[in-house]
Design a protein around this ligand. Structure first.
Ligand code: ZN
Length: 482
């Protein structure tokens, strides 16, 4: 498999709850806004046996852009079920040609921001699906097992191509598929401070702007600027910003303060108000049903400054997850920190930071994990689990600076309340490992996991579903998975 299957990360927290989006079977495991795992594949990308269709011959346009498949669903004036990478360029609609060219340009810009070129950075198959939703970009773009789905309006034209959204999603593709970027992120791909924040940071660096913007017309500015790393986005903000409904609350606040909403914006605002109510009810329900322990959304809790511990969800299975925060909401802090650092030191520190992240990848501890009660015939597939702290990359970045710049780094660190990041990093390292190992082992055992209810990570039979791990010699980092 060239794709890391089943993983979904949405650029728009909570927005895949929109009424136009079908409910996904895997989603009920986790809170809205949290990283979700689901099993959904756009049908036209699959052949009769359910496998991803074999590639045809790429046209020159897509070859140049490093794209293998570009399809549209439900966009007016653009044919469905057509892979435009296999169509004669002369017969491709102008808006599609412009989008393919732009995506190629963005692939190059992302590669150059990461100090490489797109041929090296994109060894994987790149499939992009433009899918029309009444809610446009707010319908929730995502990465699934077959590629990037970009949510667009049915009236989409190239002028509305959201380049930041695309840049964000391709960072997910790079993270989930074997290649140089995934190697660099070894042990960090699920880190709450990177999972959604790094795609935003790359998009922001590539566009030289700390504001993540979607291009749908008719939206008020405070929704169109979807995440904003200005002026200074500290982790000392109230928990209300980080909790699973944080982004929805921010959209609703925008709806409320905008006087002349267009009809479509009004519809979207109503949709979000409904989603908020549904989302809160669902979480409250889950808390009781699954007997979960986490920080409640009482007004006094939401108003108090954020603490990493606020993200914890403790469950009867004995596993702890950090689902009580929406990882998208850490993105403005990471973006703001690096833009401030650039302002203070007069130089972008992004690539230098990524090089420190890469250096740490080689030292990541590796564990071989599997179901303890598996038999040879059933449940015996094992997973290699790698996890490491992120703090070291920041420390090494600081140490690479001159003493004057170290003082500037410390100023930015303080302004952004990054002591809370240190706590979050520690929680990730100490508390999330077991849940992460359980998730990976679960995914590798497609029969055993649902058969014994081990897919309910909050609440499963602790004997039957027990996962045990043993440390693997660090030298075997690059050996193939067993
Ligand atoms: Zn995302």
């Amino acid at each position: 498999m060239r794709f890391m299957p089943l993983l979904l990360l949405s650029i728009l927290a909570g927005s895949s709850q929109a009424s136009v989006t079908p409910t996904e079977p895997g989603e009920s495991l986790l809170f809205p806004g949290a990283t979700r795992i689901r099993y959904e594949l756009p049908p036209s990308a699959l052949d009769a046996t359910g496998r991803v269709k074999a590639k045809g011959v790429q046209n020159a346009l897509c070859k140049k852009a490093t794209l293998d498949r570009v399809e549209f669903f439900g966009v007016e004036g653009i044919a469905n079920d057509t892979n435009y990478c296999e169509v004669d360029p002369k017969e491709i609609p102008a808006d599609v040609t412009a989008a393919i060219t732009k995506m190629g340009e963005l692939n190059s810009r992302v590669a150059s921001a990461l100090g490489t070129n797109k041929e090296k950075l994109f060894p994987m198959t790149m499939n992009v699906f433009f899918t029309a939703y009444e809610t446009g970009a707010l319908g929730g773009s995502q990465v699934t097992g077959v590629g990037v789905t970009l949510a667009v309006l049915p009236t989409w034209k190239f002028a509305q191509f959201s380049t930041m959204q695309y840049a964000h999603e391709i960072v997910h593709v790079l993270s989930f598929n074997p290649g140089p970027f995934a190697t660099l992120l070894t042990g960090l791909v699920d880190h709450p401070f990177l999972a959604e924040a790094l795609p935003d940071l790359v998009a922001a660096v590539v566009h030289d702007s700390p504001k993540i913007v979607i291009e749908d017309p008719d939206l008020p500015e405070c929704i169109r600027v979807f995440r904003d790393g200005t002026p200074s986005q500290s982790l000392d903000q109230p928990f209300a910003h980080f909790y699973p409904m944080g982004s929805v609350d921010e959209i609703l606040a925008c709806c409320e303060k905008t006087k002349d909403l267009s009809n479509s914006a009004r519809r979207i605002c109503r949709g979000y108000a409904g989603n908020r109510a549904k989302g809160l009810a669902k979480i409250a329900n889950k808390k009781v049903l699954e007997d979960l322990t986490f920080r409640d959304y009482f007004p006094e809790n939401l108003a108090a400054p954020f603490e990493a511990e606020n993200c914890r969800v403790d469950s009867p299975s004995g596993l702890t997850f950090l689902d009580n925060c929406d990882t998208h909401q850490f993105a403005p802090t990471l973006v703001s920190f690096f833009f401030r650092l650039k302002e203070l030191t007069g130089k972008s520190q992004f690539l230098s930071f990524m090089n420190q992240v890469a250096a740490g990848a080689l030292k990541t501890e590796s564990y071989d994990c599997g179901y303890a009660s598996a038999s040879r015939a059933l449940g015996g597939a094992r997973a290699t689990v790698k996890m490491r702290p992120l703090l070291g990359a920041f420390i090494n970045l600081r140490e690479s600076l001159s003493s004057d710049d170290q003082a500037r780094f410390d100023l930015a660190w303080k302004e952004h309340g990054m002591a809370k990041f240190v706590d979050l990093d520690r929680l990730y390292r100490t508390e999330s490992f077991a849940g992460y190992a359980q998730t990976l082992v679960g995914l590798r055992n497609e029969l055993f996991t649902p058969m014994f209810g081990c897919d309910n990570l909050y609440n499963f039979d602790r004997v039957r579903c027990e996962v045990t791990c043993r440390k693997v010699d660090g030298l075997s980092l690059d050996s193939p998975q067993k």
